[in-house]
Design a protein around this ligand. Structure first.
Ligand code: DP6
Length: 340
């Protein structure tokens, strides 16, 4: 039987790329959309990029496959996750010469079973890799806008350091995040306290829409965000940790208060979350710099200085229900390289 060799021709330009993006934690929280169809935030948000939590994603357009294929942390992803990835790839295919389906592989360097997996680093890395693999210009504002359409917090993970994503309105067409200052501006630490291995009950997208539709306090939340955002931005520029920490804590607690006041109320706290919040206040009473924030899940992230980080981590590990801690420095920009 004759042996046939398939001729493999090199593409004119690389059709594969691999990107890395860090997760981020919002100090001024995004919770609410001005446009659901275009995924436009109703409030400005400001985040810090987390060096210790990275997603690595490769994208390879391949004319021989018949659908987009996604491998997530070594496992073939379900249809729902693959459809979200295809949504971003479709936007890239619409404006580039990459028309074929793609193989996508995405891995996190942090424990994913713990509910820490964030769409922020995932869609930021996917956007970087897809744009590069499709041969489009590496315009970071455009890539941030592309990532924002899949998950607004992902727009911020394109950049390192401290990052701002403005609010928009229902007519906003283009809305990228922008860097306020780089990772070398301020040597802060974030102590991530993991308190549960269960995945979260209500995803952010659903949670914020439910809040907007049913909370009597949603209007007050929008007003508070407009006031807190410039305060948080100024504290970052002035390296004022108490000013930043107090405002960031207020943003997180107000977001949860608003979510709690929806009908039925959204309860993201576990008992250990409350324990962590009390512990952070007690650390402050004892003279340490420690300020808490939480996203749409039970884990508590503690903002602290480089000099206090070890002590804060040791103390937070003592809180009943804390399963593990991760200490992160401030991370840099997302990056990408061509695959051979
Ligand atoms: C509580 O970016 O996940 O983490 O745009 O609907 O995908 P979608 O929402 P997402 O929401 C993040 C909400 C948050 C606060 C924040 O990161 O600003």
């Amino acid at each position: 039987m004759p042996i046939t060799h398939k001729t493999i021709t090199m593409p004119a330009k690389p059709n594969g790329a691999e990107a890395r993006a860090h997760s981020n934690i919002a100090l001024a929280k995004y919770w609410g959309k001005a446009s659901v169809a275009n995924n436009i935030p109703a409030v400005p948000s400001i985040s810090v990029t987390l060096q210790a939590m990275t997603t690595t994603t490769s994208v390879r357009f391949d004319a021989s496959i018949e659908r987009d294929t996604l491998w997530l942390n070594g496992t073939l992803a379900d249809d729902r996750a693959t459809r979200r990835v295809s949504g971003l790839l479709d936007r890239v295919r619409a404006v580039s010469q990459a028309t074929s389906f793609a193989f996508v592989r995405s891995d996190n360097d942090f424990p994913t079973a713990s509910g820490l997996a964030s769409s922020a680093s995932a869609f930021a890395a996917l956007a970087m890799a897809a744009v590069r693999a499709a041969g489009l210009p590496m315009d970071h504002a455009m890539i941030s806008d592309l990532a924002r359409r899949s998950s607004a917090s992902a727009a911020r993970s394109i950049f390192g350091g401290f990052v701002r994503l403005p609010a928009g309105n229902k007519d906003t067409a283009l809305l990228p995040a922008c860097q306020l200052c780089g990772s070398d501006h301020w040597d802060l630490r974030v102590v991530v306290c993991v308190v549960s291995d269960k995945s979260k009950a209500v995803a952010s997208t659903d949670g914020m829409m439910h809040t907007a539709q049913t909370s009597p306090y949603y209007g007050a939340w929008l007003d508070l965000c407009a006031a807190l955002s410039p305060r948080i931005e100024r504290s970052i520029l002035e390296r004022d940790l108490p000013g930043l920490g107090e405002a960031a804590e207020q943003s997180a607690l107000a977001m949860h208060a608003c979510a709690l006041s929806s009908a039925p109320g959204l309860l993201y706290f576990e008992p250990a979350s409350i324990g962590c919040l009390h512990a952070v206040r007690s650390l402050r009473r004892n003279g340490l710099e420690a300020y808490a924030t939480m996203d749409a899940g039970p884990h508590v992230k503690v903002l602290t200085s480089a000099s206090n980080a070890n002590e804060v981590e040791t103390q937070m590990q003592q809180v009943p229900g804390v399963i593990r801690t991760i200490v992160s420095k401030i991370g840099g920009d997302a990056n990408v390289e061509d695959l051979p």
